[in-house]
Design a protein around this ligand. Structure first.
Ligand SMILES: Cc1cc2nc3c(=O)[nH]c(=O)nc-3n(C[C@H](O)[C@H](O)[C@H](O)COP(=O)(O)OP(=O)(O)OC[C@H]3O[C@@H](n4cnc5c(N)ncnc54)[C@H](O)[C@@H]3O)c2cc1C
Length: 428
């Protein structure tokens, strides 16, 4: 690759925007084109389930860059355009076609197509008032509906659903969460954190039910939702938020014949199976990026992460690949979620066999660490940003923080992190 190659990025979300900006900052001289099927310039999604719904954040505040940034930096933004076809040439280049008939020639193709929310597949799921949340348009619709909703049912106890549940409660609605699994956030966090957050949400008045599957959405004559039916109950609802996860958008990758397995499969340089197309962000499934990925006997597993940090750090690694200076994508991912007044922060990647240790943390706080082969590999923190920052530093510095040290409430994590930063304790 050369610095003068023309780069086409499909998608204009977090990962795409970061790649475009970082490429320019790194001195890339070829054209950079972002094609996004949404009408808005690149924006942050996290506030969509938080401040945007309460009115604390408006549309302008979501923008990832000031309005003049793109033009000033020679980045072409094609918005409201869907890339529907890609023809490959012999090498990395080719041409893409949008739904409106535009043809775009490129030397390097990047897929940053994100993910699409899953829908409910039960009778009545098309009723008016049954919504999902992914885009700014979804959020604007949800905000309008929340203004008058009295009974809100959230289907799915995942991050987005629970954030909306907490927000709807603050806005005065009666809220019920229906989770099909045995606990909320079952795949994402440990049992300890799940339990803590269940208690937290219940204490604010949210009815949290687990092991419950929706069997039908009941609507009135005009097609408006009036209730959600499960095997043993009917819950009144004038608004139903379906938060049952998102599927990676792999349509183009499949058409290009790229390997897809719950995401576009990429190597450590973010290259897809053809060796030239780059895929980043929510749509990509990559080798575990943590420095200790191969600590256990099993082969390094692939992960598909949906988080801002992951989109941003993958974009940074993709810059090196585009510029022809590839180096493996290694990072210690982190994530946050505002569960009402409880701020959850996660660092590192936990695997099923990791040993969980709950650290004494005081009221309103939870600090859980995960150890693999004797070293700290991940942590979940609620209500203690200082501990979270310390743990991020320690993991980033490669400090092992043995389980007995982690569990010792007299050990001040901030001090340990300070020592690690100053190099007075060695990394492993
Ligand atoms: C409601 C909500 C709350 C969240 N909260 C948090 C949080 O608190 N913390 C956190 O870390 N993460 C959070 N996330 C996750 C985070 O926002 C995503 O991980 C991040 O946006 C992923 O960026 P991306 O660029 O991969 O995908 P996206 O931001 O989804 O961008 C992909 C874009 O590509 C477009 N596209 C797809 N196919 C085509 C095509 N063929 N042609 C043109 N355009 C196309 C899509 O429409 C989309 O606009 C949240 C997500 C949501 C939805």
């Amino acid at each position: 690759m050369s610095r003068s190659d023309d780069v086409l990025i499909v998608g204009a979300g977090q990962a795409a925007a970061q790649l475009a900006c970082s490429l320019r900052e790194a001195g890339h001289q070829g054209s950079i084109t972002l094609v996004g099927d949404e009408p808005a310039p690149p924006y942050q999604r996290p506030p969509l389930s938080k401040g945007f719904l309460t009115g604390a954040a408006d549309e302008d505040s979501l923008a990832l860059r000031a309005p003049g940034y793109w033009q000033a930096n020679g980045i072409d933004l094609l918005l409201g355009e869907t890339v529907v076809e890609v023809d490959r040439g012999a090498g990395a280049g080719g041409r893409a076609l949008t739904a409106s008939g535009r043809e775009l020639v490129f030397d390097r193709l990047v897929l940053a197509t994100g993910a699409a929310p899953r829908r409910l597949d039960v009778p009545g799921a098309q009723a008016d008032g049954v919504v999902v949340l992914r885009t700014l348009a979804d959020a604007a619709d949800l905000r309008r509906r929340l203004a008058t909703a009295r009974d809100v049912v959230v289907v799915g106890g995942g991050f987005v659903g629970l954030e909306v549940a907490a927000t709807a409660t603050v806005l005065g609605a009666r809220v019920t969460v229906l989770e099909a699994g045995p606990r909320i956030l079952g795949r994402a966090v440990s049992e300890a954190t799940s339990r803590y957050l269940t208690d937290h949400h219940r204490a604010t008045g949210i009815a949290v039910h687990t092991d419950v599957s929706v069997t039908e959405i009941v609507s009135a004559g005009a097609g408006r939702v009036v209730a959600v039916r499960t095997a043993d109950r009917e819950i009144p609802a004038d608004l139903v938020l379906v938060g049952v996860g998102a599927d990676p958008r792999c349509e183009l990758a499949e058409r290009l014949g790229l390997q897809v397995d719950d995401g576009i499969v990429v190597d450590e340089h973010l290259l897809a199976s053809d060796g030239t197309t780059i895929a980043i962000g929510d749509c990509a499934v990559a080798v575990d990026p943590t420095p200790w990925a191969d600590l256990d006997a099993s082969a390094p597993c692939r992960v598909r992460l949906e988080s801002v940090d992951h989109a941003v750090t993958q974009a940074a690694s993709a810059v090196r690949t585009v510029l022809g200076e590839p180096s493996p994508h290694v990072s210690v991912p982190w994530f946050w979620s505002d569960q009402g007044t409880a701020k959850l922060q996660i660092v590192g990647l936990r695997r099923p066999g990791d040993r969980a240790t709950v650290r004494p943390a005081g009221p309103g706080r939870l600090v859980v660490g995960f150890h693999r082969a004797g070293r700290l590999v991940a942590a979940e923190v609620v209500g203690s940003p200082a501990d979270f920052m310390a743990l991020r530093t320690l993991l980033g510095a490669g400090h092992p923080v043995p389980a007995d040290v982690f569990a010792d409430g007299d050990v001040v994590l901030r001090q340990l992190a300070k020592d690690a930063r100053q190099g007075s304790i060695s990394a492993c």
